[in-house]
Write a protein that binds this ligand. Structure first.
Ligand code: GLA
Length: 414
């Protein structure tokens, strides 16, 4: 990537006051568990988004996406979702920040961070309304399931937090960013992507409990093995609508479980036995009350939440083979029960499944395209890439892309 400060100077004829870098993420295991209050095991990667920013005084937000060579100007007040997606990742965050500052002004006790810094909420709002210049660039492949959009949102909120001295914690930023994605991108995503981007640490994976948001870090020691991502280079259009549908199906399942077990608030609280008892079609007395789909979705999620916890034990015990095996199981569940895979992803997993040098492989992220994550013996990586690329080209008429990523630091000032 070129020096973003130079680009900023050329674009806006002034100096950037701040540059922030925010990474994409991988997820080793724990897919579609985050919005069910389960566990995930993500890590930030060495592919990132950078934003350069400086205040304006005329009430406009001037935005430029360097990689897309697109610019847009919107007023800084009364912000509404825009037709252009990358624009929403910026202005959606501005809307969240404005909402936060207004709430802090009205209910100071609730928003202690802002008030303890003794900042004057009125003057912050005034400054926010004055707008800013911002440009962004990045090397996270878009639509590959590496959370490029969350990286933009995290970079933007981090930059605004710095520039206006809002005193937000990384935790607050993650929650506000998730809210922005819900309201401005229309995807009812969980917290994993933004949390990983903001909280990542070099060489460490994080076990995040998406219910309590407690998290712990573990070094990722894969010994003679490494992570390789195989990119289908496909993004199916139904990804976000199907994502929201899965979330609803899980909620439907919870609703049924609750009738018998009122203490169940999310699928995190449900046991495998309870799912079988209340949701399995054969055991369900009222056949019309529930579809097989809801049962399958809930079964997958409850299995996966348990699988992540077992997988972390494998990792701590140094048993990467057992860990990898669980990745294959996850893929099976995502493909057959949760139905968020696609033929291209299934081909990529099937090709490596019986290869003794591949310990684990599965689709990663929301699904319907994007990447598989593989744990491959270092000495065999090139040979396996060649084989997989050939088979993928033959069976799909698409070209395989390969990403070899390192685990890197979370959002920071450059
Ligand atoms: C997307 C969402 C995340 C998570 C994954 C699936 O990446 O943004 O919140 O739900 O899908 O695990």
């Amino acid at each position: 990537m070129q020096d973003i400060r130079v680009s900023f100077q050329q674009l806006f004829n002034s100096s950037a006051s701040l540059v922030v870098q925010s990474p994409g993420r991988i997820n080793l295991i724990g897919e579609h568990t985050d919005y069910n209050n389960g566990f995930v095991l993500p890590a930030a990667i060495d592919k990132c988004v950078q934003v350069a920013i400086a205040k304006r005084t005329d009430g406009a937000i001037h935005m430029h996406a360097i990689d897309l060579q697109e610019s847009l100007i919107v007023p800084a007040v009364a912000i509404q979702p825009h037709a252009t997606s990358w624009v929403n990742y910026i202005i959606g965050i501005v809307a969240q920040v404005q909402k936060y500052v207004v709430t802090a002004a009205n209910v100071p006790a609730v928003n202690s961070n802002l008030t303890t810094t003794n900042c004057d909420t009125g003057s912050i709002l005034h400054e926010l309304d004055n707008g800013f210049d911002i440009c962004l660039q990045g090397d996270i492949p878009i639509g590959a399931g590496l959370s490029s959009s969350a990286a933009v949102e995290c970079a933007v909120i981090f930059a605004l937090n710095e520039m206006y001295q809002l005193g937000l914690t990384r935790m607050q930023m993650a929650l506000m960013t998730q809210q922005s994605e819900h309201e401005f991108a229309g995807v009812k995503c969980g917290i994993m992507d933004m949390f990983a981007s903001l909280h990542g640490k070099s060489n460490q994976v994080m076990l995040l409990d998406c219910g309590s948001l407690q998290h712990s870090y573990y070094p990722l020691d894969l010994k003679d093995y490494q992570i390789v991502l195989f990119d289908t280079q496909i993004k199916h259009a139904l990804a976000s609508s199907e994502y929201n549908t899965r979330r609803l199906e899980c909620e439907q399942g919870v609703g049924i479980l609750q009738q018998k077990y009122p203490s169940i608030k999310t699928l995190r609280d449900a046991s495998k036995q309870q799912v079988e008892q209340c949701l399995a079609p054969n055991n369900n007395l009222d056949k019309n009350a529930i579809s097989d789909k809801v049962y399958q979705r809930c079964k997958y999620v409850v299995d996966e939440i348990e699988r992540v916890q077992l997988a972390v034990k494998d990792l701590l015990a140094g048993d990467i083979k057992a860990f990898g095996q669980k990745m294959f199981e996850t893929h099976e569940g995502l493909s057959k029960l949760y139905e968020v895979s696609c033929p291209e992803l299934d081909i990529l997993v099937n090709v490596v499944k019986d290869n003794p040098h591949v310990l684990g492989a599965r689709m990663m992220g929301g699904g319907f395209g994007g990447c598989t994550i593989n744990i491959i013996k270092k000495s065999e990586v090139q040979a396996i890439i060649n084989t997989v690329a050939d088979i993928y080209a033959q069976q799909t008429a698409h070209t395989l892309k390969v990403h070899q990523v390192k685990i890197a630091q979370g959002t920071h000032i450059k």
